[in-house]
Design a protein around this ligand. Structure first.
Ligand SMILES: [Zn+2]
Length: 282
């Protein structure tokens, strides 16, 4: 029995080491402690030694935030048509098939309807494991439908972002999603339905440049990478070293780009209180 599996495959574009999800033990890439996987899971996938927030998948996120881990999924039948017949190292169509098989999702987001502390909410949860949580036409459409459903039913909306940005294999079609989602959010605002954006590690590119920063409240998990271009790209462009902690949640909070940084164990209670406050204000 192997306790650790050797990693192979493609380079991680974020430059960060992924956690190993198989085996009994996980090594925290922040404090280098070896953690029993079960302890990590019981601690909401936050390192018990140093509080590093590990990435979690879209379904785990929904289960953590919605009452009794129960929710109904909607609009889960859309998948990309590969409009550009795009091929890079391998065809986009085969990347899609692989991601669909690995995640058992049709694309990088799940729309769910459930309760949060007894209040009905609509939640869109992004899946980073699906081509880096990138936003193509399907993610754009699915999130737009969640926004429209929130408006039609006067139900508060929460979007949990975890994304590398626009999906390059869909070219300009993926960029059009920024405008489409932003327009839908503007309509939601006119209907006076609250929208809370939760930014998790990582939230970058076109997702930051559109809906992730358009919440009535924009909150993030500790230590999450949040930005437009990645820090390495900026460093290579301006040929200067960036300050420590640049593009991490705490830095953004300090510079007025976020409303709060909330620990994962407090996230549900925080969202519940915020929705109570918004309901009273309305
Ligand atoms: Zn740690």
């Amino acid at each position: 029995m192997a306790w650790f599996k050797r990693q192979s495959g493609e380079l991680d574009p974020s430059g960060e080491k992924k956690i190993r999800t198989e085996g009994l033990w996980v090594k925290c890439d922040n404090c280098r402690q070896i953690i029993w996987k079960k302890d990590l899971e019981e601690n909401l996938n936050v390192c018990p030694k140093c509080d590093k927030h590990f990435r979690i998948d879209a379904r785990t996120r929904l289960a953590q935030l919605l009452d009794d881990g129960k929710y109904e999924i909607f609009d889960n039948n859309l998948s990309s048509t590969d409009p550009l017949k795009f091929v890079d190292l391998k065809p986009y169509s085969s990347r899609l098939k692989r991601a669909q098989a690995d995640t058992e999702l049709t694309d990088a987001v799940i729309n769910a309807h459930g309760k949060l502390n007894g209040r009905s909410v609509i939640m869109s949860s992004m899946e980073y494991a699906f081509i880096g949580g990138s936003m193509g036409a399907v993610v754009g459409e699915v999130i737009t439908r969640a926004i429209e459903k929130a408006g039609d039913t006067q139900t508060p909306l929460i979007i949990i972002s975890a994304s590398g940005g626009a999906r390059m294999m869909e070219g300009v079609i993926s960029l059009m999603q920024l405008a489409k989602i932003s327009a839908a959010l503007a309509r939601l605002d006119e209907l006076k339905v609250p929208y809370i954006s939760v930014l998790t590690d990582p939230t970058t590119g076109g997702v930051t440049a559109s809906f992730a920063m358009l919440g009535d409240l924009n909150i993030a998990e500790p230590g999450a990478l949040i930005g437009f271009a990645g820090p390495r790209v900026i460093e290579q462009t301006i040929r200067q070293k960036l300050p420590p902690g640049f593009q991490r949640s705490e830095f953004l909070l300090e510079h007025g780009m976020l409303d709060a940084v909330v620990h994962r164990r407090d996230l549900k209670a925080y969202l519940g209180r915020a929705l109570d406050f918004m309901a009273k204000a309305a």
